[in-house]
Design a protein around this ligand. Sequence first.
Ligand SMILES: *Cc1c(COP(=O)(O)O)cnc(C)c1O
Length: 375
Amino acid sequence: MTPVQTRSIPFFNYPHLFTSEEEELVAIFRDVGRRGAFILQQDLERFERNLASYLGAKHVLGVANATDGLIIALRAAGFGSDPREEVIFSSHTMVATASAIHFAGGTPVPVECGLDHLIDPASVEAAITPRTRAILPTQLNGRTADMEALQDIARRHGLQILEDAAQALGSRFNGQGASTFGAAAAISFFPAKLLGCLGDGGCVVTNDDAVYDRLLQLHDHGRRADGEIISWGLNSRLDNLQAAILDYRLDSYPVAIQRRREVASLYQARLGEIEELTLPPAPTSAGRHFDVYQNYEIEAQRRDQLREHLKGRGIATIIQWGGKAVHQWPALGFTQRLPFTDALFERLLLLPMNLSLTDNEIHEVCDAIEDFYRG
Ligand SMILES: *Cc1c(COP(=O)(O)O)cnc(C)c1O
């Protein structure tokens, strides 16, 4: 007999983001609303300061979303004068990484990822041409790329590094936080991201004062603090209300990371022996990587059947990016051939990984996967 299915396990529980702290959030809304503090107010400044100190970075600037953040970061780092300038990125990323390069005025060049699904340094090196100006690694799934290897390549070829750290707040490599390795980086506060707000939001991180000055202008109509317009600019500000919510959530963020790492350990303990699966690196504090598990991305044999099986048990999974790497979208016109990434995308699957999951639910997911391969 199949067990009675009492409820389903969604991939991400959006209402939980609000209902788990409803009273506190409504109190913040009331406070901000009564002060009329909607745009560029003290709550935003406080959040930017607190996040910078959490990251060990000099500057954090709230922006409307991480995609805008990447565009502005590239522009502030000097891109935009020549569309032939190439920026290398891993094709296993959101299309936003590539579109940011495109809209900043450059040419996005996709390369392979490695066994851990992050940008492969050897493929980066092989893709360098006389027009290459920067490497833009995506710190994917809450893990930071091998920044030692990338910084070495960048030094030898005179390239800049910028980071898509949309998925990597709190992730570290050799003890250094993702988003602090290059000229600038963007982090996302989209609801389903590690630190989610109640809508769109993001920030740019930089240790460079001159880059920060240009970021400030670019995100607010080219305005200087005294109101003088000194360049062309956009409107891409982080709402003060969202910043107030994010600042409140930042306090408990280390606990949230701990829970994500616990969930990863549970998956590892339950699924580690199944030969048909390849799991992400397990959480350790000893090695070079400190991972924060934005996602739990496995490789699975008979992936599509497994997905159907889980769906039948009320368990939702996702194939990241709608099932395609960036270079696989025909409309974008890429000509690069990336066989490793192509083969990988036949096997990739995201299991539920979020703060609403109970241990019992994780066991349910693991039971269902075990039944599929062993049943
Ligand atoms: C979510 C995400 C983005 C875009 O973030 P937004 O804040 O939604 O613009 C970019 N890159 C990666 C890797 C992401 O996961």
